[in-house]
Ligand binder design. Structure first.
Ligand code: UDX
Ligand code: UDX
Length: 481
């Protein structure tokens, strides 16, 4: 007899993929649902060992405390997939869906091979009905593919309901985003069985999320909402970055423009911080995915529209690198440059698609020597990102920002770490140890430029006219003319 999904109480959850999404999501779930046993499985033994150790594989404020509190009680990390899948009532698929690097859709389409192999594994080992939840960000209609793979391989008497439940956490604030989500989307089939599966997952979230924030919808809307949300967020940054270029050319200040725009209650103040460019594992991949889907559906104008959001980001990263070279008298060959910040944003050690990589490579190509400092990124990761085997070829990685600055011609801020702000660092000390003229290039517009100018730095920043602060500094002496 087929087990009815409605008869499945959610007592045990298994999550495949102990990455940036699966790890924090399941930790917060275990914290809020002491009546549910959560097992996170991953094929990567090192990663699982790290989750079981004192040094977690990812850094997220507040995460370590939660893991310590729940691990061994109702939160487990394991490489042994089959038993955890067999026992589970509900399975999250939280594996990565990278952009394809070969074949049809190369460079744009999402590679679903890991998601498909999870579906095959589930069908192979499970002998009772389950709810399978797609948490990985996937192209629209992926749930249908998971259903097909499951159906074609299911054991007799077993049935599956596949739900879409995209994750909206941002790195660096993952724990807070998970504890207090703006919304939880649950997409499922409109059948009776589908509705029951949606209710079961909804019940899990209701442990800590209020009912008005849990939104039920059809599977395709849920899948598309995730891609659309990331595309809109990236679009906002690309828009303000486009305006930053106009500011630099005209003398307007992008912070003032952003403030003016953000006060319009229809627009709101968030995601208007001009920068050296956006990075991270999701934006680029998800927009490329949206572009590819649109092209596949013959919606070429839609595809071109979203492609432009990516193109603007590439332009922004290149523009910043070029500005550094131009400002330093059109040559940085053999000059030493300190890069402050390598992560794609503050409060994370993640460097995926980090704009710092683009900038660093640009500077290396121009013949500079780089001194790189980031409070959270490991040396090996930086070298890997820059395609280097060791600290030869003009790169040295530092664990102390003052050591990184010593003997350099310029400081380049690529990540908006709080500690880079003037009151935290002694920029006078850095200035004294640098070659003159000493430059600061603020790719995040976070520093106190007038304080730096007063020290003697030549300051260049995103979204303000070339050398404006330098000129401001000179103008101060010509007061009254
Ligand atoms: C996430 C999301 O799940 C994805 O949808 C989103 O678009 C990008 O971010 P993330 O958690 O950041 O992925 O990926 P990652 O940190 O690479 O973790 C994925 C984990 O899945 C890895 O630890 C990997 O070892 C594991 N994995 C992958 C498996 O266990 N089995 C597989 O078949 C494939
Ligand atoms: C993003 C989405 O915010 C999240 O909802 C989704 O689940 C995953 O993708 P994440 O990539 O972790 O999260 O970080 P986010 O805070 O969105 O920042 C992305 C990039 O944009 C970073 O490089 C950040 O520095 C940059 N950014 C952000 C800006 O340049 N300006 C801004 O105003 C905001």
């Amino acid at each position: 007899m087929t087990t009815n999904i409605a008869e499945i109480p959610v007592r045990k959850i298994c999550c495949i993929g102990a990455g940036y999404v699966g790890g924090p999501t399941c930790s917060v779930l275990a914290l809020n649902c002491p009546d549910i046993q959560v097992t996170v499985v991953d094929r990567n033994e090192l990663r699982i060992n790290q989750w079981n150790s004192e040094n977690l594989p990812i850094y997220e404020p507040g995460l370590e405390e939660i893991v310590k509190q729940c691990r061994g009680k109702n939160l487990f990390f394991s490489t042994d997939m089959a038993p955890a899948l067999k026992e589970a009532d509900l399975i999250f698929i939280s594996v990565n869906t990278p952009t394809k690097t070969f074949g049809l859709g190369k460079g744009r389409a999402a590679d679903l091979k890991f998601v498909e192999s999870c579906a095959r594994l589930i069908a192979e080992v499970c002998d009772r009905s389950k709810i399978v939840v797609e948490k990985s960000t996937v192209p629209v209609r992926s749930a249908a593919s998971i259903v097909n793979v499951l159906k074609a391989n299911t054991k007799p008497g077993v049935s599956y309901q596949v739900l879409s439940n995209p994750e909206f956490l941002a790195e660096g604030t993952a724990v807070n985003d998970l504890k207090n989500p703006d919304r939880v989307l649950i997409g499922g089939e409109e059948s009776e069985e589908g509705k029951k599966a949606i209710s079961a997952l909804s019940w899990v979230y209701r442990h800590w999320v209020s009912a008005d924030k849990i939104i039920e919808m059809n599977t395709w809307s849920s899948e598309l909402s995730k891609l659309a949300a990331n595309a809109f967020l990236a679009q906002r940054i690309s828009s303000i970055n486009a305006i930053s270029a106009v500011c630099e050319a005209t003398g307007a200040d992008v912070s003032e423009v952003a403030q003016a725009i953000g006060l319009d209650s229809r627009l709101g103040p968030k995601f208007l911080q001009a920068s050296v460019g956006w990075g991270g594992s999701c934006f680029q991949k998800d927009i490329l995915n949206l572009v590819y889907i649109s092209e596949s559906l013959n919606l070429t104008s839609v595809a071109a529209y979203w492609q432009q959001v990516i193109d603007m980001n590439e332009y922004q990263k290149s523009r910043f690198g070029e500005r550094i070279v131009q400002s330093m008298f059109n040559t940085i060959t053999d000059k030493r440059i300190a890069i402050l910040g390598f992560a794609f944003k503050k409060n994370t050690g993640d460097t995926r698609e980090s704009p710092a990589i683009h900038v660093a490579k640009h500077l290396l190509e121009e013949g500079a020597f780089l001194h790189i400092y980031d409070p959270k990124v490991e040396k090996a990761q930086i070298l890997l990102d820059l395609d280097q085997l060791d600290e030869e070829s003009g790169i040295s990685i530092h664990t102390d920002p003052y050591e990184a600055a010593k003997g350099t011609h310029a400081l380049v801020v690529c990540t908006e770490w709080d500690q880079f702000i003037v009151n935290t660092y002694d920029y006078q000390r850095m200035y004294d140890s640098m070659l003159k003229p000493a430059f600061v290039f603020d790719g995040r517009k976070i520093l106190n430029h007038s304080a730096l100018t007063k020290i003697g730095f030549h300051v260049e920043t995103i979204g303000k006219r070339h050398g404006q602060s330098f000129q401001d500094h000179n103008w101060a002496g010509t007061n009254g003319i």
